[in-house]
Design a protein around this ligand. Structure first.
Ligand code: WTA
Length: 663
């Protein structure tokens, strides 16, 4: 774990809430008092007020089978009806739900009434294809409006969706489809990325093929139907009987669909995320509790006023941020959102600021990596645009350094807007630690305080709570169950207990896997992961996953991977590989490129190592465990730490020499 920096962090400047924002804010300090007085009653009120129930719940939390929680268990509702139907019924059908912007410049305005019709048609189309309540549906789509429709259509029939990021490889898609036993895949012919149409359907075909990438036969997948959105108009291979065009299926389907009323604990989605072993975990979220937390956090953290706000979350739907803060949170709150298909530098590096200006965006949510990239591109790109509509800026996914925080506020926010740093995880379903923009005085670089209703502590190895102002770093734990908490890992209860609940079993705390400290004011500073999970541009990638991909290459005998700090991406992946005899003497640069491309093919371009270093040995303990800590020292160009536990202490010297001699 890294130690917190003590320089500028110690006496940060503090930014009180702007007076006008505070005066009209949806969240006031009273929320903290209410939640502290009776936490469960507080959540009960949120669930009752923010959602529309078919059967109102009478219970809040059943924790009798901990760590398996049941929230609002005797209530019934439908997620899609909450996101769409009730707004139309309340007379807001003409309100824009999505201002969608395609990368090539095409745009689409989707109202709540449009969504209502599309979602009903899609729900009927899925039913026609044989998808039943409880079946899993994989979604592998670019950032097109159909992605939102697809998720809501699944939710409408009670079929949990499993979104797979469209940048993932065919193999990664297959692994996730198999694990969830998905019966259908919703995909597209392709999407636009960096000015070019990027095909997607071939990866689905490869994933579902009965011949594996190695040419060997493999079992047919569980998928019976593939729905294909036409986006790029490119040629696609077609499997008769299995493949169906989305537009044809929706056109043929009825525009009326009765939402399936499900129990609060009915699974809403499974979303895979990296853990500290190679196999991704299917994080399970259910309906009533997740939606409560999505609506509550989105409304209060972004101070959402649905009649006037234009909200934009720049994440991808393939990650949890997209689920909670592009789809469920904003739609539950009846918000108007911007959704953008492409990359921030296409066709020009001020694309985002054009969009903010065009739509009058008021609330913006993005990751520190993106902010640091904009910093690198220079503030001239921003200054030509009128961003005066912006009122609240959010940050998520990795610790935000104070420099990036102040730049975000000053350059994007015109030195007016609060910047809320929001800490949470796929597992938590929604934001857990964040300032409230109308209440909290902000401290650059700190996520600050748990939201009302959330219990957070920073503890040492033995589970002792570290007092505020304690100099050392500790572990972040969540001390109370919360409505949006994961309900388990798909098909693996034991891994769920082990991963999150065994470390502090006696106290019954959730172990988040993040290092943290609390300053003298009690504000929380996040310090990065304490396990073998890397955070690259806000994406969670496990070291073992990348190592497995590397050793699957015929030239590689052994591999060790570390996340090294990187000024833009937070961490960069550095791989140390030992080559097989057959590859000895190969050109190091060519090998490096080949292996980087190999990892991109096996997992995704996001998992591509920044650097590949060919070594002859790896630092191991006498019991054979790779000492990544030492490799991280090398990768970050630091003095190598204690090597006394190494089986052969000369190994590090030779690795360092290799690193210095030009990589
Ligand atoms: C990291 C993304 C510091 C953290 C929503 C966490 C953060 C992991 C922050 C979850 C933040 C997320 N400050 N670190 N504001 N937000 N993280 O599941 O390490 O993709 O455990 O969820 O990202 O990543 P995930």
């Amino acid at each position: 774990m890294t130690q917190p920096a003590t320089d500028s962090h110690e006496q940060p400047q503090s930014y009180p809430p702007p007076a006008d924002l505070a005066a009209g804010a949806v969240a006031t300090a009273a929320l903290y008092e209410e939640a502290a007085a009776d936490r469960l009653a507080f959540w009960g009120r949120q669930a009752a007020e923010l959602l529309t129930w078919d059967t109102a719940p009478t219970q809040v939390l059943d924790w009798s089978d901990a760590p398996f929680a049941r929230w609002f268990a005797d209530g019934k509702l439908n997620a899609a009806a909450n996101c769409v139907d009730r707004h139309v019924a309340a007379g807001h059908g003409d309100r824009v739900a999505l201002h969608w912007v395609g990368e090539p410049g095409d745009t689409l305005t989707v109202t709540y009434a449009d969504l209502h019709e599309q979602v009903q048609r899609a729900a009927n189309a899925l039913t026609e294809l044989g998808v039943r309540t409880g079946d899993r549906v994989a979604v592998y789509l670019p950032m097109v409006p159909e992605a939102v429709v697809a998720l809501l259509a699944c939710a409408r029939i009670g079929a949990p969706h499993s979104v797979v990021f469209s940048g993932f490889s065919a193999q990664a898609l297959r692994d996730r489809v198999d694990d969830a036993q998905a019966v259908a895949v919703i995909t597209a012919d392709g999407g636009y990325r960096r000015g070019e149409p990027a095909p997607l359907k071939p990866a689905v075909d490869a994933a579902l093929a009965t011949t594996g990438p190695d040419g060997a036969d493999r079992a047919p997948s569980s998928v019976k139907a593939v729905l294909v959105v036409r986006r790029t108009g490119g040629e696609v291979a077609w499997t008769e009987g299995r493949d169906h065009w989305w537009h044809e299926a929706l056109e043929a389907a009825s525009a009326v669909h009765e939402p399936v009323s499900v129990e609060a604990e009915h699974p809403l989605f499974v979303l895979y995320t990296s853990g500290s072993t190679g196999k991704p975990k299917g994080i399970l979220h259910t309906t009533g509790g997740y939606l409560t937390q999505a609506a509550y956090t989105h409304r209060n953290v972004f101070d959402l006023h649905p009649e006037t706000d234009v909200y934009w979350c720049g994440a991808d739907i393939g990650w949890v941020t997209g689920h909670t803060y592009i789809v469920y949170g904003p739609l539950l709150n009846g918000a108007t959102s911007v959704m953008y298909e492409g990359t921030p530098n296409t066709p020009t590096q001020d694309r985002w600021w054009q969009i903010v200006e065009t739509y009058g965006v008021t609330k913006l949510y993005t990751a520190p990596t993106t902010i640091r990239t904009f910093m690198k591109w220079g503030e001239e790109l921003v200054s030509g645009h009128d961003l005066s509509t912006l009122q609240v800026l959010g940050s998520v996914g990795e610790p935000i350094n104070p420099e990036a925080w102040t730049w975000y506020r000053r350059v994007i926010g015109g030195d007016r807007t609060p910047v809320v740093d929001t800490w949470w995880q796929t597992e938590t379903g929604g934001i857990m630690i964040s300032a409230l923009p109308g209440v909290t005085s902000l401290k650059p670089g700190s996520a600050q305080v748990p939201l009302p209703g959330i219990g957070v502590e920073v503890v040492d190895d033995e589970g002792r709570v570290l007092p505020a102002g304690h100099e050392g770093a500790g572990y972040l734990v969540l001390t109370e169950p919360w409505p949006g908490m994961l309900r388990g890992i798909w098909g693996d209860d034991e891994r769920y207990r082990d991963t999150y609940w065994s470390r502090f079993r006696d106290q019954g705390w959730y172990f988040a896997g993040d290092g943290a400290r609390r300053d003298a004011d009690g504000d929380v500073w996040l310090l990065g992961r304490v396990d073998d999970v890397m955070n690259v541009s806000g994406h969670r990638i496990s070291t073992t996953e990348v190592e497995s991909a590397l050793v699957s290459h015929p030239s590689v005998a052994e591999a060790a991977v570390v996340g090294a700090s990187d000024p833009t991406t937070g961490q960069g992946i550095v791989a140390f590989v030992i080559l097989r005899e057959s590859a000895h003497g190969a050109d190091a640069a060519a090998v490096g490129k080949e292996l980087r491309d190999h990892v991109a093919r096996e997992i995704s371009p996001i998992a591509k190592p920044r650097q590949v270093l060919v070594v002859t040995e790896l630092p191991k303990t006498r019991s054979g465990k790779i000492m990544r800590r030492l490799l991280r020292d090398v990768a970050e160009d630091r003095q190598v730490g204690d090597v006394t536990t190494l089986a052969d202490s000369s190994v590090m010297a030779s690795i360092q020499a290799g690193m210095r001699s030009g990589k």
